[in-house]
Design a protein around this ligand. Structure first.
Ligand code: NAD
Length: 386
């Protein structure tokens, strides 16, 4: 067993422009300190959440300059990966950095981690098992994203969602079509239903139909032949023929919808293209598409990352950073995910993080260690793709 023990937690601010979420609230700091950790928080850490430095001090943290956080920490917790040129500021030998790492899209960053001999945990790679649900940051953030996407669509739509019967006339419920009914999609369906929309959804994994129906939405039936999912519950890619059949058979439903929300992802690959320009052109002017995948390649032809665009009168929202629109709740959930991960490996007697690389959770989520990229799933996917 690797017996590296660590007890100093560092919390630097996020450097990605506009990012308001944080990786620990004062309550989490209090828990770390109670368990025997020392916590260093960057000055001004909670400003984006209206949480003062004093609140972090009261919880037991030392509030210091960024350089000091990185210098002192055995474990650096953040949401986005630290800028590559800051990695050398982490001084502790074999320090652990934990964040979303986006390893498949940024292999060069892994080289930087290795060059600095940093051990890294990628929050995207936490296994999807019952034991890990409380650490599942992809799910916690996706769930809020589902809510935020509906809220964005509602703002752009020149209609209300619920049916209204008034002496001045009857308003029909808005029609919402959600494509991809995983964690984000199911939350989008539930939110749109709560607001009174008539919701239809589609997903290539047949097991999802029942979940969609249990939320009171309709499941669009498309016969694609055989589709499958991985043992982690992720969809596998469709064949080109299946993709074409899906696009053809969902086109009428899209054309008839006021709001279309696309959430389809393929783990470790570019998201599938679900809607082409011809189908967008069939939608009524004034209707709205939200493309959750706009920043990573796009489910919708014509969507622009980080922007809202109008195509023939159809508003296409690709702004992204969905969970960041609800930074307090998103921070609470992400901070709890991290804190549950730290707790899982906290040695109560040693009052330190016990780095058990043989454990299923770290085995799945550690990407780099002692100067090497060691993650089996990462290596198998990237080598297959090479
Ligand atoms: P995801 O973000 O990878 O994908 C979103 C959805 O897009 C998925 O439901 C996928 O099936 C769907 N999709 C892919 N290609 C599509 C296409 N061409 N057309 C329509 N839909 C398409 O997935 P996710 O939301 O993170 O999770 C997927 C599933 O994993 C969940 O529904 C759940 O069953 C499972 N899960 C399990 C755990 C756990 O056990 N701890 C945690 C989270 C999720």
């Amino acid at each position: 067993m690797t017996a590296v023990k660590m007890s100093v937690i560092g919390l630097p601010k996020e450097t990605v422009s506009g990012e308001k979420r944080r990786s620990a609230l004062p309550i989490n700091v209090k828990n770390y300190v109670r368990q025997g950790a020392s916590v260093f928080v960057e000055s001004g850490y909670g400003d984006s959440l209206h949480i003062s430095d004093q609140a972090y001090r009261d919880a037991g943290a030392e509030v210091v300059a960024r350089a000091e956080v990185l210098k002192q920490a055995d474990i650096v917790l953040s949401l986005h990966k630290l800028p590559a040129d800051e990695l050398s500021a982490i001084e502790k030998e074999n320090a652990l950095v934990v964040s979303f790492l986006d390893p498949f899209n940024d292999p060069e960053y892994l080289n930087q981690l290795n060059a600095n001999k940093l051990t890294s945990v990628s929050m995207e790679m936490i296994p999807r098992s019952s034991r890990c649900q409380k650490m599942d940051a992809l799910s916690s953030q996706a769930s809020l994203a589902g809510y935020a996407m509906v809220s964005n669509a509602v703002e752009a739509l020149p209609k209300v969602l619920p049916m209204m019967m008034t002496p001045s006339g009857t308003i029909k419920p808005a029609k919402v079509f959600v494509i991809g009914a995983g964690v984000a999609g199911l939350q989008a369906i539930a939110t749109a239903k709560r607001l009174g929309a008539a919701v239809t959804a589609y997903d290539t994994r047949p097991v999802v139909a029942e979940q969609v129906q249990s939320l009171g939405a309709k499941f669009l039936q498309i016969d694609l032949g055989e589709t499958s999912e991985t043992n982690q519950g992720y969809a596998t890619a469709l064949t080109p023929e299946q993709m074409q059949r899906q696009q053809e058979q969902q086109a009428d439903c899209i054309a008839d919808s006021d709001i279309v929300i696309t959430t389809a992802q393929l783990f470790g690959r570019k998201p599938p293209r679900l809607i082409n320009s011809e189908t967008v052109a069939r939608m009524r002017p004034g209707s709205v598409i939200v493309d959750m995948a706009a920043e990573t390649g796009g489910n919708v032809e014509g969507s622009i990352a980080q922007e809202t665009t109008v195509i023939n009168g159809v508003t296409v929202i690709g702004t992204g950073a969905w969970a960041n629109q609800l930074p307090l709740d998103a921070s609470q959930m992400y901070s709890n995910n991290l804190s549950n991960l730290v707790d899982e490996f906290w040695d109560k007697d040693e009052q330190a993080f016990n780095f058990e690389l043989e454990d299923e959770i770290l085995k799945s989520s550690v990407i780099t260690h002692q100067g090497e990229t060691i993650n089996e799933m990462y290596l198998s996917i990237t080598q297959k793709g090479a």
